[in-house]
Design a protein around this ligand. Sequence first.
Ligand SMILES: *Cc1c(COP(=O)(O)O)cnc(C)c1O
Length: 344
Amino acid sequence: MSTAKLSIDLDALATNWRNLDTLNSGETAAVVKANGYGLDVARVGHALARAGARNFFVAAAEEGIALRRALGPDLGISVFSGHMEGDARLLKEFNLTPMLNSVDQMLRHIEGLPGHSFGVQLDSGMNRLGMEPAEWAALRDIALGQNPVLIMSHLACADEPGHAMNALQLKVFHEMTEGVEVPRSLAATGGMLLGPDYHFDLCRPGIGLYGGRPFGDALPVIRLELPVIQVRDVLPGESVGYGNSWIARRPSRIATVAAGYADGLIRAMGAGINVYVGDTPCPVVGRVSMDLITIDVTDLGEDPLSLSLINPQQTIDLVADAAGTIGYEILTSLGHRYARSYSG
Ligand SMILES: *Cc1c(COP(=O)(O)O)cnc(C)c1O
């Protein structure tokens, strides 16, 4: 076996959904965009449906196809990017519910798919997707007359509980939806942790399901094990890898493992990270290259057959910290070369 092994624990995923659901007195949906945060939307969707999720969110209508095939006809699938030009056939055939983001999308939807379910996305301050307060004020009565199934907005700073933006967006969302009888949704993972004021009728967690911050109690969902291809002695003064960026200061034993930045192990994580044999950390030395990483295993005292990069000790968030990014990017960058195995 020369490719690294990515193990995905669908029981842990389901437990994370259930634990988030207990925080929430309303409905807990599941966000499975970007192929289920990189972990396979069909398997992830199936496991979450078994855990009890009844509504799912994807980013684009195209992402709804594989999910609909995995879930069958009865569960809800909504699309954050709304109703884009050319989407009518997909929305209809796969029974997807667009979250309409603008007057243009609203008109397109009502003309192209009259009577087809839709939601409305409002901009409460993030300035990314959704109707602005003035646009919504002008359209509100027409939109409500068409029976939207959900009105939603998204928080920009929910991973920082003390950030003033949270309360501000909450206030704007209340103002924009006052007197509206349609179910409302504001919180993703971060918003769920801000407390019941943010929960409304439906919460939309993503990252917390997959074991990431800010859901501190999340169970880790993935493990990544890298097979050793070769181990060599390196003398003091000799260098390892591209650019001679690491030079041995002592007689060293260097293991070369099979995974690199083409597998989503971001080059920038470079020398800031350890790889584990059991509980023992071994430092990455030299540059991460496309298919290979070099590791100082001198202190182990024996040559390992494989080393673990992502595990319960070294979570996706710690790997992300070393690379100057976030757990979301580590997950969604995981490459196609891994031997993937699913349990649960
Ligand atoms: C991605 C996304 C979510 C899920 O966010 P997490 O931080 O992963 O929980 C929810 N709502 C919208 C609009 C999103 O784009």
